[in-house]
Design a protein around this ligand. Structure first.
Ligand code: FMN
Length: 478
């Protein structure tokens, strides 16, 4: 395959350490005793790198899912802090990207800019972050609140958070560190910029105490799917994750995100769309189906019911999976993830189905079982018909699920010319075909009167925030 030809993007992701299916940790070959061992994650990372994946991605939330007893009893609620883990994985990998989730509702931009920039240096330009706004009240309770911040405010804060983080990354010009032993000058003060951001949600003076990252701005992923979420992604993200689904549904999302991005003056190539793919692979379709059924059977009935209670925000305690549900959706009322609510509510609103059937429907919709060829066919069709730029492969069970994908599906994608056979680039931006952004201060004079000159990569011209909330125009204004 020619190095310049567009190829599929592949991310290897995990939410539950045992795999994307919540009780996959019970499989005979699962290793739940290793979920806090570095070696467990090293195997995962090296397998993905052997498969030439563009990036790793560690999902994250800031709480234990203990809304129901079953969450503690049956799901594996413990995992390492992701950026600490990625720092360790940077040392044992060479080319693959390293990305993890950051909640913009329960973090500060200065911490985040510093943490992600550090990972970018330690990995020589392979860092990425996934912006989430945090969906659960339980997370709020770990950060001084009783209830989660409301949905619209969370996204508004997320937008300003991105502006501040990117502004902080531009604190030092790329050539600001002189390190001249003869003169004794370590840095050129004229090439250091103080952000002086004063916005609705953040007041941040800056500058950041780390140099401009190798990638300029480490890669920003996003997974919002509500109106507000899609807009934030379209305006700011380098790549957007989305739920899995049939090709037509993926295409609707793909088209919508690219259209919204165009509305912010961005080109369709500037934002990559990566749906989840949760593969269960068998030598035959029947074998794959049987494997998926085995996984499904590992989930206790109470846990299935409590998951539905969580998604639908209603108490189903004591109900049986054979009972029907009398349910009227109200998407405006939910303050959790609106898109997930809508997906589940859409199925639950059909009153002829039982609770068990709703849960099974959700499982079948998420897990894609089949032969390697069938899975590659689905990926190829999505990729070639403008429904996906690639996939976030969330193996249904780990570690075996990723090994199977790399050994059986990746070679097919390579043979079909859809995926790289070796890495061409060394940074995550490079893998994704994204340019390194200029600093927002480049090309302009650094005086308080003028402020930095925004480049095509800044949001100053397109941000819906009032000027005093925008990083690139607010600097020096006070
Ligand atoms: C592939 C993927 C990965 C996600 N990772 C996380 C995560 O790590 N932490 C989190 O809190 N939410 C995560 N989410 C949830 C989203 O950030 C977001 O809450 C949800 O998809 C959409 O919310 P919205 O519909 O309210 O915009 C993820 C979603 C997807 C599709």
């Amino acid at each position: 395959m020619s190095p310049n030809r567009r190829h599929m993007i592949l991310g290897a992701a995990q939410w539950w350490p045992g795999g994307e299916h919540i009780t996959a940790w019970r499989r005979p070959d699962a290793q739940p005793e290793a979920f806090l061992d570095l070696e467990y994650y090293v195997d995962w990372a090296k397998t993905a790198e052997r498969g030439m994946f563009d990036t790793l991605f560690l999902a994250d939330e800031l709480y234990v899912w203990d809304r129901f007893d079953s969450g503690v009893e049956y799901s594996s609620n413990v995992r390492p802090e992701p950026f600490t883990l990625l720092g360790a994985l940077a040392a044992v990998t060479e080319r693959i990207g390293l990305a993890a989730t950051v909640s913009t509702t329960y973090n500060e931009p200065y911490h985040t800019a510093r943490r992600v920039a550090s990972l970018d240096f330690l990995s020589k330009g392979r860092a990425g972050w996934n912006l989430v706004t945090s969906a659960s009240d339980e997370e709020a309770r770990n950060f001084g609140r009783d209830r989660n911040v409301d949905h619209a405010t969370r996204y508004e804060r997320g937008r300003e958070f991105v502006d501040v983080v990117r502004g902080l990354w531009d604190s030092w010009d790329d050539d600001a560190l002189v390190r001249d032993k003869a003169s004794g000058r370590f840095a050129d003060p004229a090439k250091l910029h103080t952000l002086d951001h004063r916005g609705k949600h953040f007041t941040v003076r800056g500058p950041l105490n780390i140099a401009r990252p190798p990638q300029g701005h480490p890669v920003l992923f996003q997974a919002g799917a509500s109106e507000a979420g899609r807009d934030l992604a379209a305006a700011t993200a380098d790549a957007v994750f989305t739920l899995t689904g049939p090709v037509d549904r993926l295409r609707d999302f793909y088209t919508d995100v690219k259209r919204r991005a165009a509305g912010y003056g961005r080109s369709p190539q500037d934002i990559k769309v990566l749906p989840m793919l949760i593969p269960v692979i068998g030598a035959t379709e029947e074998e794959a189906r049987a494997k998926a059924d085995e996984l499904y059977e590992l989930t206790p009935e109470t846990l299935a019911l409590d998951l539905l209670s969580h998604y639908l925000e209603m108490d189903l305690t004591g109900r049986g999976l054979d009972e029907a549900l009398d349910f009227t959706p109200d998407v405006d009322a939910t303050n959790q993830s609106k898109s997930v609510y809508e997906r589940v509510a859409h199925i639950a609103a059909d009153r002829s189905v039982t609770l068990g059937e709703i849960y099974r429907h959700l499982f079948d919709e998420r897990v894609r079982y089949g032969t390697p060829e069938q899975i590659a066919d689905y990926m190829q069709e999505s990729f070639e018909s403008d429904a996906a730029d690639g996939f976030l492969v969330m193996a249904a069970y780990l570690p075996a699920g990723l090994h199977e994908f790399v050994d059986l599906v990746v070679p097919l994608l390579q043979k079909r010319g859809l995926f790289r056979t070796q890495y061409q680039e060394s940074t995550l931006r490079g893998h994704l075909g994204l340019e390194r952004p200029d600093s927002s201060y480049s090309g302009g004079t650094d005086t308080a009167a003028d402020g930095p000159v925004p480049t095509k990569n800044t949001l100053a011209e397109t941000s819906p925030l009032p000027p005093q909330h925008r990083t690139y125009t607010s600097r020096g204004a006070s």
